[in-house]
Design a protein around this ligand. Sequence first.
Ligand SMILES: NC(=O)c1ccc[n+]([C@@H]2O[C@H](COP(=O)([O-])OP(=O)(O)OC[C@H]3O[C@@H](n4cnc5c(N)ncnc54)[C@H](OP(=O)(O)O)[C@@H]3O)[C@@H](O)[C@H]2O)c1
Length: 309
Amino acid sequence: MDKKEKAKEKREKRRQEISLLRTIPYSDHQRWWTSDTIAVVTGANRGIGFEIAHQLGMHGLTVVVTSRETGVGEEAVKVMQEGGLNVAFHQLDIVDPSSLKSFSEWLKETYGGLDILINNAGVNFNVGTSNSVENAETVIKTNYYGTKNMTKTMIPLMRSTAAGGHIVSVTSRLGRLSKLQNDELRKKLEDVDKLSEELIDQTVESFLKQVKEGTWESGGWPQTFTDYSVSKLAVNAFTRLMARELSDRPDGQKIYINCYCPGWVKTALTGWAGSISPEEAADTPVWLSLIPDKFVTGKFFAERREINF
Ligand SMILES: NC(=O)c1ccc[n+]([C@@H]2O[C@H](COP(=O)([O-])OP(=O)(O)OC[C@H]3O[C@@H](n4cnc5c(N)ncnc54)[C@H](OP(=O)(O)O)[C@@H]3O)[C@@H](O)[C@H]2O)c1
C-alpha cells in the first residue's frame, strides 16, 4: 500500500471512529437539560457553528443562533425551525462593543441569561506562513479579543442552576504550546498558577509588534498559519486562566470552561479542503457542553478525548 492509500485508510478509520462516537446516546439520568436550557452559539450562520447549533437543537435545548450579518443568520434559523427545532436569532459581531451590548441586553430581557456558551466565531486568512499586518490584526482581534470579550460579557449572565454554566471555545491544535519555539514564553504560558490576562495580552501584542516591524519570523512563534496559531494559543491560555478564576464560585453557580480542536474540517475557513464534515466536527463541543460530569474544566479536547495544551 503506498503512502497516499495509507493516509486514505487512516482518514476512513478516523471517520468511522467519529461516527461511532456520535451514536453514543445520553441516557435519561445523564440528561440534565430541558427545553428551557439556553445555549448561545457565535458565528452560527454556517460551518461548524451552524452544526453545533443544529445538534444542540436536536437535543431539545433552546438555541440562540447569532451571526454578524442578520440576513444569513435568519436564513440559518429558518432552516432549523423548519426541522422543528427551538431556535431564536440575534445579530452579534463579537468585535463590535455596541453589538455585544445590545445582544447581552436582549438575552437578559428575553431569557434572563444563558446556560451554555459556544465561542465558535473565528477567522483565518493564511496562505503558507505569510502574515500581512492587517490580517494578523484582524485574526488576533476576532479570535482572541472577540472571544475573550464575549466570554467576560456572558459570565455574569450565566444562570445559577444545579448543572452549572458551560463554556466551550473552538480553538485548534495549531495553538498548542509545543508549537512555540520561544522556550521562555512557553514555560511562562505553561504555568497555569501564574497565568494572567496581562501575560496573554502581552504575548499577542508582542507578536503583532513583530509583524509590524517585519521581525516575527525569528520570534519563535508557531511556524504554520502563524497569526491564526497565536490567536488560538491565546484562547487556550485564556480558557485555563478562566477555569482557575471560576473554580472558587459557590455550588449552584459553577461555570465550567473548556476548549476543543475540531480537526481539519470542510468549511469556508479551509476552502472546503478539510478531511471531516462540519457535522462530525460539531460532535465534541455538543458532548462537552452537555457532559454530566460537572468537574471537567480548564481542559483541551478533540474527538471526545482530552489532549495536551
Ligand atoms: N475548519 C477547520 O478546519 C477548523 C479547524 C480548527 C478550528 N476551527 C475553528 O472553528 C470555528 C468555526 O470555523 P469554520 O471552520 O466553521 O469556518 P467558517 O465557515 O468560516 O465559519 C466562521 C464563522 O465565524 C463567523 N465570524 C467571523 N468573524 C466574526 C465576528 N467578528 N463576529 C461574529 N461572527 C464572526 C463567520 O461569520 P461570516 O459568515 O459573517 O463570515 C462564520 O459564521 C472558528 O473559530 C475556526 O477558527 C476551524
